[in-house]
Design a binder for this molecule. Structure first.
Ligand code: AMP
Ligand code: ZN
Length: 114
């Protein structure tokens, strides 16, 4: 657990969150400021600052996080979804504990890539 990390505090139960799924190494909870009909964050229980660092330190946990992302979209009623990993402050990352944004119900690729 990293000091002053809001997501470590959610993992530890010190800060409330609407947790919708858990696996051995991940937890998933609704984003406090949703940007899509489904906007869930999937995070590793262990602290790593971003997804690439997690993949380097614990590749099996990174894979579990990806698999969980699909399971959560499915649980929310969507087969199709977007995953966003903001990485670095200049790319909009504000919480430096690795997390996937699982977005469904709107095709966010249109916002970035069309
Ligand atoms: P990012 O900008 O990629 O680092 O994403 C951080 C996300 O965490 C944002 O979408 C925030 O709305 C969300 N967030 C921050 N604090 C909380 C919290 N306590 N519970 C749920 N979501 C949060
Ligand atoms: Zn953390």
């Amino acid at each position: 657990m990293a000091a002053d990390c809001v997501f470590c505090k959610i993992v530890d139960g010190q800060i409330p969150a609407e947790v919708i799924a858990e696996s051995e190494h991940t937890i998933a909870f609704r984003d406090i400021s949703p940007k899509a009909p489904v906007h869930v964050l999937v995070i590793p229980r262990e602290h790593e600052p971003d997804i690439a660092s997690l993949a380097e330190a614990s590749p099996l946990v990174a894979a579990e996080l990806l698999a969980q992302s699909r399971a959560i979209a499915s649980q929310e009623g969507y087969e199709d979804y977007n995953l966003v990993f903001n990485t670095g402050a200049n790319a909009g990352q504000t919480v430096f504990h690795a997390h996937a944004h699982v977005l469904a119900g709107v095709d966010v690729s249109k916002l970035f890539l069309a």
